[in-house]
Ligand binder design. Structure first.
Ligand code: GL5
Length: 820
């Protein structure tokens, strides 16, 4: 096979080992005799970070010297997952370091298990940001990721008698995270509260400026984003909020210890914890503080880089673009306007034209409860000057609307940044569309719905501004690293370039009917199922049969994702196995993993119900092992890395129109799982790629969903007319699954019947059952199934995040790759 040349650093084994032992001693006060696995992992990672930090600084310098245009990816979430294993792959040092550590008596695989996932994100949106950083570095498109250095990441989940419990996630441990480096020279000052002052400048002009009532410090922590075998390293810069002084010495000396530390406590709380909501906004003051703190530090850092490289402020848009990951960093728009107007004294028009060519915005959801609005009074209090600027932006925008739709107050009300009502609210999405040069949805269907349903008038007003960039996932983490056995098999067949050129996987399709390849492919799947089964046995004490179909639904718990549709189907299987002597099925293991937002009661009830049903069916000997249910606790990136390679079936069953894209669907298909899914999000495009024979599509289409809701959906009609559905739902009554606690699961049934079933679970149930029967039937044909699984891996090359990034680069950011 032809291989292209990749750049990997030369590896000096003895020097590396010396560096590890040096860190062991100097950083962690251990000798090889006293060190635990955790110490070895920490010292090894520090030794590797020494290499990447050098490259980070050199890359930074090169990009600055060459005046390269960069993208600044602003996101409140980066769900990066463990870095050490992946970085070894990017550095091209996996084998060498494994050998070097073995010679020190350490097993690399065990050491990698010592790393706690940095869970600085909730779900798909945060994980997408991490995949995008990986793809930017892999293709050497200059980039800086800007996020927050949360002291606590997404909560740790455990189950107590089936109920979700939450505990803080101290991801850095006591020793600190070995990959991060503090950059005190980049620290920023950030104001909050206060008032706006009017003054006359030297030329006699009246000007306005913000006089903050409080100031906090932003400390910069850099994590290295290591380009895949190319020596480029970009920063993921995470801001930590601190008080300018640790305490007030005078108060402390007076003995008032609490008051002395008040400012530090307040500042420390800003980046204390990640808000655990996925696809949902909460409108809390502290959250707005987080958002502003993130934007103020990031915008200031972008301007610092720009000015330090000797560029004029007016040229900002030539060298920098800022991508807003959802509306969470919207306040960066008025923040940049404020700096250009009040600190650089630009005219409104000039400042606006800079802003308008710097910002672009990605929309990740149509769900109304996730579209952020902030109360005007809250912004007035926290950011008084920004509110003035928002008003001015809106005022000028309303003139534009008037010119386009003269006298049409309805359209003005709809497009205005200010939503009228008892409490006036600021609509962040509208501000993004008005303030930026591009807006994109995250899958073809979603982007169409953004234009058709969410922002039709904006689309008419700004033709071409609303675009699509279909999401993607990094093939380095989501195939090469997480599925080494399949990767080795692919290497053998098509060479080793595919991790950087995923479309090359399509040549695997030539082997889809090759019996030997089918055998090898399914042997890998079986070994991956065994790896997962071992994990489940060790951690949960449940034994799984690896000949069974491994049916996987892993994602945040949300009504629209319909884990409860999956549950009702499981109940229907249980019912049939016990009551229908003619019913037969392939053994199936239903695997769930999901966190519910702590305040989301129904989502937590669904977790409880699945756990209770699992307890019962897993121990019911009448089922002869045909049905198993496992809910794996504390879902996180490192668990996804074990579950995904082991999946036969991928559940992507959201109500059509609700899941903007999904990215788990891509990861699972890439690893040879067959999708059972609705025509929603990126499922639509996965179907286009793999073909109808290799995916199980069911359910109402977007327009059918809308029509049903508009004409008055009555879930009870489905319940009354479908005896299997009725029997399945009625199993939630009584105490079949909750001995001694009758009706403990009835809330879910109640939500579906009396609660109106807002996500149309009952309407899609019958078709879902049929799709599941097709799966059962297809799995019986071993060669046929292997063919389908191979074709899934072969035909989803489009969903590499490298391709997504190239779409952004070509259609939105206009960047050039810069090779090191
Ligand atoms: C999400 C969407 O719900 C997903 O469909 C999408 O794949 C993801 C990335 O674009 O963004 N929006 C959101 O708020 N979260 C998502 O996962 O958390």
């Amino acid at each position: 096979m032809m291989q292209t040349q990749t750049k990997v650093p030369t590896f000096d084994k003895a020097a590396f080992q010396a560096s590890v032992e040096q860190h062991l001693l100097v950083t962690y006060a251990q000798t090889p005799a006293t060190a635990t696995s955790r110490h070895w992992y920490l010292a090894m990672s520090r030794a590797l970070a020494d290499i990447s930090t050098g490259n980070l600084i050199e890359t930074e310098q090169q990009l600055s010297d060459q005046s390269c245009r960069s993208v600044n990816y602003l996101s409140l979430e980066f769900l990066i997952g463990r870095l050490t294993g992946n970085n070894l792959i990017s550095l091209g040092l996996y084998e060498q370091v494994s050998g070097a550590m073995a010679a020190l008596g350490q097993n690399l695989t065990d050491l990698l298990e010592e790393e706690r996932d940095p869970a600085l994100g909730n779900g798909g949106l945060g994980r997408l940001a991490a995949c995008f950083m990986d793809s930017l570095a892999a293709q050497e498109f200059p980039a800086v990721g800007y996020g927050l250095h949360y002291e606590y990441g997404l909560f740790r989940q455990s189950f107590d008698h089936g109920r979700q419990m939450e505990a803080p996630d101290a991801w850095r441990g006591q020793e600190g995270y070995p990959w991060e480096v503090l950059r005190p020279e980049l620290n920023q000052k950030v104001g909050l509260y206060g008032h706006v002052e009017v003054y006359t400048d030297d030329a006699g002009a009246e000007r306005r400026r913000w006089v903050p009532g409080m100031q906090v410090d932003g400390n910069a922590w850099d994590l290295p984003i290591i380009g895949y075998q190319n020596n480029s390293v970009y920063p993921l810069r995470l801001w930590e909020c601190r008080a300018p002084a640790p305490f007030d010495l005078a108060l402390f000396n007076d003995g008032d210890y609490i008051a002395a530390q008040q400012a530090a406590i307040q500042a420390g709380s800003v980046t204390k914890v990640l808000y655990p909501n996925d696809n949902h906004e909460q409108g809390k003051t502290l959250r707005l503080m987080q958002q502003y703190f993130h934007c103020a530090c990031s915008v200031a850092d972008i301007l610092r880089r720009h000015l330090a490289a000797g560029h004029a402020i007016e040229d900002l848009a030539k060298l920098e673009t800022i991508q807003l990951n959802d509306t969470h960093p919207t306040i960066a728009i008025p923040e940049l306007m404020r700096i250009l107007l009040d600190e650089h004294f630009m005219s409104w028009d000039d400042a606006w034209s800079v802003c308008n060519s710097v910002f672009a915005y990605t929309n990740h959801t149509l769900l109304p409860e996730a579209l952020e609005t902030w109360s005007e009074s809250l912004i007035a209090n926290l950011l008084p000057r920004h509110l003035e600027i928002i008003f001015e932006i809106n005022h000028r925008f309303m003139d534009l609307v008037e010119a386009k739709w003269p006298g049409n107050d309805e359209v003005k009300r709809k497009l205005s940044v200010i939503q009228e009502g008892n409490q006036r609210m600021v609509r962040m999405a509208n501000l993004c569309v008005i303030g930026g040069y591009a807006v994109n949805g995250v899958a073809a269907l979603h982007s169409e719905l953004v234009k058709r349903d969410l922002f039709p008038e904006f689309d008419a007003l700004y033709p071409g501004k609303l675009q699509n960039v279909t999401n993607g996932v990094t093939p380095r983490r989501w195939l090469k690293f997480c599925n080494p056995a399949l990767s080795a098999l692919i290497d053998e067949k098509i060479g080793t370039d595919w991790p950087a050129k995923l479309e090359q996987l399509s040549s695997l399709a030539d082997f889809a009917d090759d019996a030997e390849f089918q055998h090898a492919f399914m042997a890998v799947k079986k070994a991956n199922k065994q790896r997962l089964a071992d994990w489940v046995a060790d951690n949960m004490g449940i034994t799984l049969n690896t000949d069974a179909i491994f049916d996987v639904q892993i994602k945040r718990l949300h009504e629209y994702k319909r884990q409860h549709l999956n549950l009702v189907h499981i109940l229907s299987l249980y019912h049939r196995l016990l009551n229908d002597p003619k019913f037969d099925m392939q053994p199936r293991v239903f695997i769930f993993a999901a966190k519910a937002a702590p305040g989301y009661a129904l989502a937590k009830d669904i977790i409880f119900a699945i756990n209770k049903v699992a307890d019962k069916v897993n121990n019911d000997s009448r089922l002869a092992g045909k049905l198993k249910v496992v809910f794996i606790p504390d879902y996180r990136v490192s668990l996804a890395e074990i579950i995904i390679p082991a999946a036969d079936v991928s559940e992507q069953i959201s109500t059509a129109g609700k899941e903007a894209s999904g990215t788990g669907n891509m990861k699972l298909a890439l690893n040879g799982a067959l999708t059972v899914g609705t025509m929603d999000g990126a499922n639509v495009e996965i179907r286009e790629e793999v073909g109808d024979d290799n995916i199980f599509i069911f359910g109402l289409l977007v327009d059918e969903v809308m029509e049903l809701v508009q004409t008055g959906y009555q879930p009870t009609r489905y319940y009354e007319s479908d005896s299997l559905l009725k029997a399945s739902l009625d199993l939630l009554l009584g105490d079949t699954f909750t001995p001694g606690e009758p009706d403990a699961l009835a809330g879910i049934r109640h939500n579906l019947l009396e609660g109106g079933d807002p996500y149309l679970v009952l309407a899609d149930f019958a078709d879902y059952v049929t799709a599941q029967e097709r799966i059962d039937h297809a799995y019986r044909d071993k060669a046929g199934w292997a063919r389908k699984a191979i074709l899934n891996t072969a035909l989803v090359g489009k969903f590499s995040s490298d391709r997504s990034i190239r779409d952004y680069v070509e259609n939105i950011w206009q960047l050039k790759a810069v090779k090191r």
